[in-house]
Ligand binder design. Sequence first.
Ligand code: AMP
Length: 136
Amino acid sequence: MEDSIFTKIIKREIPAEIIYEDDDTLAFLDIAPVSPGHTLVIPKKQVENIFDTDDATLAAVMRTVRKIAPAVRDAVGADALNIHSNHGAEAGQIVFHMHLHLIPRFKGDNFFMWPHKDYKEGEASEIAEKIRAKLA
Ligand code: AMP
C-alpha cells in the first residue's frame, strides 16, 4: 500500500504542527483550518475510513480526541468544538487515511451547517427497518 500523506507526516517525511502523539495515534494542525486550532486526529495504522477501521483503532482515536479536545478549545479561547469526519469521497473525504476534525467554534461565528429536511409519511419507519435488517 502506498503511504498516505498522513502516514508521511507520521514518518516525519513531510512537516506538520504535531501537537500530540502516542503509540497508536497522532494529532496535528490542519494545514487549511476552518478556524484557528483546527486539529486532525489520525490512527497510525493506515485505514481509509470508518468502513475498514477496527474497533481498537477507532477507540484509540477517540481516546486521543477526548484527551486533546479541552486543550485545543482552551488554547484558542474557543467556546465549543465540532468533531467532524468524512467517510467516502461523496461525503467530502479528500485524504483517504481515516481522521477526525476538531474544529474550534466561537460564539457568533455563524458557520453554516447542512440543512435539515422532513421525512414523508412512513419513510422514517421504512428506512429504520432497512437499517435494522442490515444489522441483523
Ligand atoms: P477530508 O476532506 O476530511 O479528507 O479532509 C482532509 C483534511 O486534511 C483537509 O482539511 C486538509 O486541509 C487537511 N490536510 C491535507 N494535507 C495536509 C497536510 N499536509 N497537513 C495538514 N493537514 C492537511
